[in-house]
Ligand binder design. Structure first.
Ligand code: NAD
Length: 255
């Protein structure tokens, strides 16, 4: 894709991207950087995070890496501190880190598995919003984009903790969007159908086929397609949408 015409949309802005070492998060980080954003990249995986951060830095973007678990609120505090101490501002928060959890029907899934998935998928999003929004309100400007899932709207079988926590991300987005509607901060989420990333390694071929079979366009999504939508939601152009869910599902979502 030729993003040349869009160069500079985020010039001087500062973005935090969680789960930025690989997959969709890395794709979003690269896209925001290509349009001028300075980045705080957050990931649990330090070695992959360093490699991805240095690849982006090599193209001329200023980056900071925070290695940590988004389920710990101290990770969110550290990411916001890095943004504000380094650049004096925070414009964009992309809550992307997420895990699918183990495959299984609810009666086969240990209750602790819900806690594990909840900690990353919901507590992580809550903690980063909690830490980042005051910094955005300081300048009365901000864009928060949460990565939910079509599973949160429709519910995928054998993925109850995932579907339930992604539904919760949608609820959180609607609620926080309304809290901030009279300010310059916009809060939205995206609900992708299946995108080919490492996350799929945790799934069985049957689970992946289940998801592709429900996509009228008949293929998985591409990371660059998600990054393009997220970049618009993270930009000033996204001014009259907040608390909304943006489907990116190859036609799977119909409401
Ligand atoms: N791939 C898909 O089909 C798909 C579809 C819909 C939604 N999503 C969502 O998109 C997001 C990204 O998915 P992906 O496919 O790129 O996943 P991925 O597994 O390829 O990458 C996830 C990244 O998040 C990091 N991470 C995981 N747990 C973390 C934690 N506790 N703290 C900090 N970092 C952590 C990982 O190290 C990794 O770098 C997730 O929220 C996922 O639920 C993915």
């Amino acid at each position: 894709m030729d993003s040349g015409a869009l160069m500079g949309r985020f010039d001087g802005q500062v973005a935090i991207v969680t789960g930025a070492a690989t997959g969709i998060g890395y794709g979003i980080a690269k896209r925001l950087a290509s349009e001028g954003a300075n980045l705080v990249m957050v990931d649990l995986n330090g070695s992959m995070g360093e490699q991805s951060a240095s690849e982006i830095a090599a193209r001329g973007t200023e980056t900071r890496l925070v290695v940590g678990d988004v389920g710990e609120s101290s990770t969110a505090d550290e990411a916001v501190r890095q943004a504000v101490d380094t650049w004096g501002r925070l414009d964009i928060l992309i809550n992307n880190a997420g895990i699918t959890g183990v495959d299984g029907n609810i009666w086969e899934t240990p209750v602790e598995e819900l806690d594990r998935v909840y900690r990353v998928n919901l507590r992580g999003v809550f903690s980063f919003c909690h830490a980042a929004i005051p910094a955005m309100l300081e300048r009365d400007y901000g864009r928060v984009v949460n990565i939910a899932s079509i599973a949160g709207k429709e519910g995928n079988p054998r993925m109850v903790p995932y579907s339930a926590t992604k539904a919760a991300v949608i609820g959180l987005t609607k609620s926080v969007g309304k809290e901030l509607a009279k300010t310059g901060v916009r809060v939205n989420c995206v609900a992708p159908a299946v995108v080919h990333t490492r996350l799929l390694d945790e799934l069985t071929p049957e689970q992946i086929q289940y998801m592709v079979d429900r996509i009228p366009i008949g293929r998985t999504g591409d990371i660059s397609e998600i990054a393009a939508l997220v970049a618009w939601l993270a930009s000033e152009e996204c001014s009259f949408s907040t608390g909304a869910v943006f489907d990116i599902s190859g036609g799977r979502a119909t409401y």
